[in-house]
Ligand binder design. Sequence first.
Ligand code: ATP
Length: 444
Amino acid sequence: MAETDRMEKLVSLAKRRGFVFQSSEIYGGLGSVWDYGPLGVELKRNVKDRWWKAMVHARDDIEGLDAGILMSPRVWEASGHVAGFTDPLVDCKHCKQRFRADDARIKGTPGQPDAQCPACGTRGTLTAPRLFNLMFKTFMGPVEEDAAVVYLRPETAQGIYVNYLNVLQGSRQKVPFGIAQIGKAFRNEITPGNFIFRTREFEQMEMQFFVRPGEDEKWFEYWREQRMAWQTALVRDAKKLRWHQHGPGELAHYAKAAYDIEYEFPFGWNEFEGIHNRTDFDLSRHQQASGKKLEYFDQERNERYVPYVIETSLGADRLALVTLCDAYDEDTVEGESRVVLRFRPEIAPIKAAVLPLVKKDGMPEIAKRIYDDLRGRFTAFYDDGGSIGRRYRRQDEAGTPFAITVDGQTGQDGTVTVRHRDTLVQDRVAAASLVTWLGERLAA
Ligand code: ATP
């Protein structure tokens, strides 16, 4: 299957089956904002829960936080975002399209006669690169004036920095320790696209780990290893994961070292998680700008310092796209082609479908009872419409790992068949033990 076809098929499946819809579609859509439908919201919650469990619940040295999207504008001045959160852009005076100055498709030097527009192909019409601020600006209170300007946060990290002492004091943690947060971020991206890959409103899962200066490189390596191991365990095809190290020209204004975890999407290799050594840049800047001491007192060593920060920053939407691309498959079953999303059971939106073989002989009643029993514990789906083959196919498309069928034998011996989405193997399982049976197979 050509990779462009694969992406098109995935986007159309996502819409048809209720994973992702275009925002405000009935009004023609809003550029690069997407809404998650019934299956998509479950998928996204599952990947976020998996992250939260690994990063917060399973560890003694990381605390959770949920900071506001709106923050004092002084935060963004101190962090360098007001001045520096920009991508150099070039405009084509002929076709009016805009591109990032680092767009590999641009031939020649923008601003010079030799430069060629990647869209319309005209030469000499590209402007010299200009800076453009990516932060969304709004106003707080009734008056739209400069004094009332606030920004929609472009990253969740700053909410963590300005709360680091609060968390430290409230939790009795000691350096090294981390703070994790999941929340919305907004960037007025110039060239958004590729479905939910680059959007203007998105969710980040960020963890900032505070360490003693001098121990930062050791912790940087530790977190690189941890994060790659987590991602590798999530996907079916780990060959589609790789590292990209930021060269000197690519490093963000705050970073000493940075690596991206990239995935081979149908549209090419691209970043979906970043691991950054942000040094003491952010805390020092906030200390200076706010006039509040943000030093840590290390009792054991009897020393004071501003901690260094190792950040792991993962986009929930990009991760959802990774899981969709990773899961998408087509094969042939009994001479018929099927589309199947081979999600790991832990992240599948629906864990089990309950299907009476036919709509008679008491089968729907038994199936309903089983469904009621399961739905309190797992996301389950009841379906008695259409042929059993069609119903299996629908569940394959939704990525449901187990399909439980109530048939003629169920009334006699209390067993059901459980069909495995990937292998198509059918097990005979006692209906009374289904909760345990599924629980064992769904453990993350
Ligand atoms: P890119 O180079 O793709 O714009 P970035 O280097 O600016 O990304 P970071 O600032 O490191 O990204 O953000 C960390 C993570 O947040 C990214 O790895 C990605 O998963 C997510 N992210 C950033 N921008 C967007 C966006 N516009 N849409 C969706 N997710 C995003």
